[in-house]
Write a protein that binds this ligand. Structure first.
Ligand code: RB5
Length: 151
């Protein structure tokens, strides 16, 4: 991938802030431009507000991928998936990260700052960014999800 295309949005609540800062370094090392949409401290903040910000950017393809981190990654995935066009996947190892790209075409990765170590998170992020969607039968299933959004 060309460097100019390597851009990603990131956000976290207070429980994900420390992991966010470490993952930003990983992304910079990988050559990504990182759009950091907060939070910027461990002061308590409501995760749906951060999820909305990152998900809105990603739904508008500006940029087209994002990472969200809260305590478990669960709240961020629930909130981000409310935004039309978002497929947020809460991944806990490299295998789930790979499959969430190959089969689900996830455009937001969510991580648990309290449940995932930095080393595991680093592996997850690398695999997630380097794995392509397989299309084929999976494209039909993604379309079926899009159809649900219209209801
Ligand atoms: C915050 O305490 C915690 O609830 C939040 O980070 C997240 O884990 C929610 O799913």
């Amino acid at each position: 991938m060309e460097k100019e295309n390597k851009k990603i949005a990131i956000g976290a609540d207070h429980a994900g802030f420390e992991l966010k800062e470490k993952i930003k370094n990983v992304l910079h090392e990988m050559g990504y431009e990182v759009v950091d949409l907060g939070t910027n401290s461990t002061d308590s903040v409501d995760y749906p507000l951060i999820a909305k910000s990152v998900a809105t950017h990603v739904a508008g393809k500006n940029p087209d991928k994002g990472i969200l981190i809260c305590g478990t990654g669960i709240g961020m995935s629930i909130a981000a998936n409310k935004v039309r066009g978002i497929i947020a996947a809460n991944c806990y190892d490299a295998e789930t990260a790979k499959l969430s790209r190959q089969h689900n075409n996830s455009n937001i990765l969510t991580l648990g700052g309290r449940t995932t170590t930095f080393d595991t998170a680093k592996d997850i992020v690398k695999v997630w960014l380097e794995t392509d969607f397989e299309g084929g039968r999976h494209q039909r299933r993604i379309q079926e999800i899009r159809d649900l959004e219209k209801k």
